[in-house]
Each structure stands twice: as C-alpha cells, then as structure tokens.
Design a binder for this molecule. Structure first.
Ligand code: NAD
Length: 327
C-alpha cells in the first residue's frame, strides 16, 4: 500500500522503518507539511499519513480525494484539525492512534512543573555562564499543594497519579469522572471552583467547541494569585494574548506550554536564523517564569514506536476491509 507520510522528521522515519520491517508497506517520507501548496505531492497515493499541524481542511481534502487518496491515517490522538464532515462526504476514511503513551505526555507536564518551580531553565543558563548565585531561584515544595487536572482521560489520569505520588491534593474537572482518579482521592468540582482552589492547573482535555479558550481573561482572574498553568493539550485551549496581561500583573505566577494556538507555522521547524514574526510568542518568551517547548510532550522512544506500530496496523486493517481506530 503506497503511503505518503507528511511532516515526517528523522525520528518518524526511524520508528516507521523499524515497525515496517514486518508490515512491509510502501512508505514514502515527505518532510513538508500538508498544505494547499504541497497537497499535489500526494497524487496517486491511496494513503496519506498526517500529523497534528498538517492542514486537513475542506480544500485540502478535496484535492486529496481528486488525487486518489482514500485514507488519512493520523499519527496523533487528537483529530481537531480534520474537517470530518468533508472527509465523510468525499469518502475519505480517517483513522488515528487513540493511545500511544499517556506517560510520555503526563511526564512532560510534570517536567514543566518541576522546571518552573525550581527554575531549572534559569539555573542551567546561569551555571553555564559561570554564575553560581541562587537569587531568584527559590522554589516551593510540591507536597501538600493543590493540583487541578482539567480532563481526566488517559493522560490526565496518568498525570494525576504522578502528582498524587508527590503528595499533592488533587482536584479534577471532567464531564466523565474517572474512577481511578477518584480512587486517588481527587475531588471533582465545577471548573470555576477548581480554578479558584488549585495552585497548579494542568490542561488535558481535547480541543473542541466547548473547550476553545477555556482559559481566558475571566478564568485567569478566578485563579489564585501566582498560580501555575500547564498546557500540554492543545494551544487553542488557552486565549494566549490574555496570558500576557496575567503574567505582567503577577496574577499568573508560572506558565508552561508545550502547545501554542499559532504553532502550525512555527513548531517542528528550525527558524533560529529568522526574526520571530509572532509578537505574542515573542513577548511570552521574555518572561523568566515561562517555559515553552515545541510540542514535544509525545516525543519518547516508547511513544514513537507505539505510534508507528498502531498507524501501520490501522493502514493494514483498512486495506483488509476491517478498519480500526476510525474517527
Ligand atoms: P482522552 O480522550 O483519553 O481524555 C480526554 C478527557 O477529556 C476525557 O476524559 C473527556 O471526558 C475529557 N473532556 C472532554 N471534554 C471536556 C471538557 N469540556 N472539560 C474537561 N474535560 C473534558 O484523551 P487523552 O489521550 O488523555 O489526550 C488528551 C489531549 O491531550 C488530546 O485531546 C490531545 O489534544 C492532547 N495531546 C497532546 C500531546 C502532546 O504531545 N502535547 C500528545 C497527545 C495528546
């Protein structure tokens, strides 16, 4: 089965070639993002494999269908970037990787918390510069702190378990409470109450019409002064410009982002020799209490292996007429 993998990086090639040793699909790796400009490259490929910042809007799907593509195999759990009604109308099947390693993302959220709390990003630069002073690096003990988990599915539940291990008190918000999270002692509360009580808030819900800009100027004002916000979910869960005012006033004490609403034009590219055109991101990067990673929470060996294996299994199952993991 001829398959074109858009947005494929070296690590994708390595994991897919290793997984393909037995599957033996005809894989072609394309580093470019799928956009209206690059969709022509998919002509003649029945299967296109896409990642989170690939454009799967109606105009792109229409061109994919015209070029003979029948399956879009997502290498992600999230599918908010796919125009599903259009895909259905065009007869394009969409499959995804519903779970690969919740630990990868949950552990990255914890890494952001620890970096921010103990100022590791500042300490790293300081010691490399021969500055061994400690001023400005005072942190806080995590034990006993209240952590709010927004979205307690696979990743949120894994995150909650780790934070319980630190001795934190857990609050949770999710329309579908998770028994294992309740068993950790978490209290499910309405979102506003969680925001008011938690010292650390971590977002693990999907992006949809109910959760877009869930964190905005009003919700930031409901948080405890100096609270920490972590977002490893999707960028548009947060109204990013509103963060700047909250950081400037001290209302928001710490910010850890792995995702950014406007990341599609930036993340996964080396733009280090170009002026940063995104003024919101540029401003965020000036704050000493902000750590931003470029959508790398999924990036562990275990997760990459599982993504490749499930994607190849999804393609093989679809080709055999028994689709699995359909969206
Ligand atoms: P999941 O489907 O297992 O869990 C999502 C949970 O969110 C569910 O329990 C659901 O009930 C809950 N939810 C739905 N609507 C909600 C709302 N309005 N408010 C609060 N909770 C709500 O998904 P998951 O595997 O845990 O992944 C969660 C999200 O993490 C994904 O949707 C994706 O956007 C993101 N993600 C990010 C990365 C990364 O590399 N940064 C990697 C994988 C996933």
């Amino acid at each position: 089965m001829r398959t074109l993998l858009y947005s494929s990086q070296t690590y994708d090639r390595d994991s897919f070639l290793a997984a393909n040793a037995t599957a033996r699909l005809d894989l072609h790796f394309q580093p470019a993002r799928l956009t209206l400009d690059t969709v022509a490259l998919a002509g003649g490929y029945p299967v296109v494999c896409a990642f989170i910042n690939d454009d799967l809007s109606a105009p792109v799907l229409e061109r994919l269908a015209a070029g003979g593509t029948q399956l879009v195999a997502l290498r992600s759990a999230g599918f908010n970037h796919v125009d599903l009604p259009t895909a259905q109308r065009l007869g394009i099947s969409v499959v995804r990787v519903p779970a690969y390693s919740p630990h990868a993302v949950a552990e990255h959220a914890v890494a952001l918390i620890l970096s921010l709390n103990r100022h590791l990003h500042r300490a790293y630069n300081r010691t490399r510069d021969g500055d061994f002073t400690l001023h400005g690096l005072t942190g806080f003990d995590l034990v006993g702190k209240t952590v709010g988990v927004v979205g307690t599915g696979q990743i949120g539940a894994t995150f909650a378990k780790i934070m319980a291990g630190f001795g934190c008190q857990l609050l949770a918000y999710d329309p579908l409470p998770h028994p294992q999270v309740e068993a950790l002692g978490a209290r499910y509360l309405p979102l506003d109450e969680l925001l008011a009580e938690a010292q650390i808030i971590s977002l693990h819900c999907p992006l949809n019409e109910h959760t877009r800009h869930l964190i905005n100027r009003a919700s930031l004002s409901r948080m405890q002064r100096g609270a920490m916000l972590i977002n490893t979910g999707r960028g548009a869960l947060v109204d990013t410009p509103a963060l700047i005012g909250a950081l400037k006033s001290g209302q928001l004490g710490y910010l850890g982002l792995d995702v950014y609403e406007e990341e599609a034009q930036l993340f996964f590219e080396d733009r280090s020799d170009l002026p940063l055109q995104d003024d919101v991101l540029a401003r965020l990067l000036t704050f000493p209490n902000v750590v931003i990673t470029a959508h790398q929470a999924f990036l562990t060996r275990e997760a990459l292996g599982a993504i490749a294996q499930t994607t190849l299994d999804n393609i093989a199952a679809w080709a055999a007429g028994n689709p699995q993991n359909s969206v």
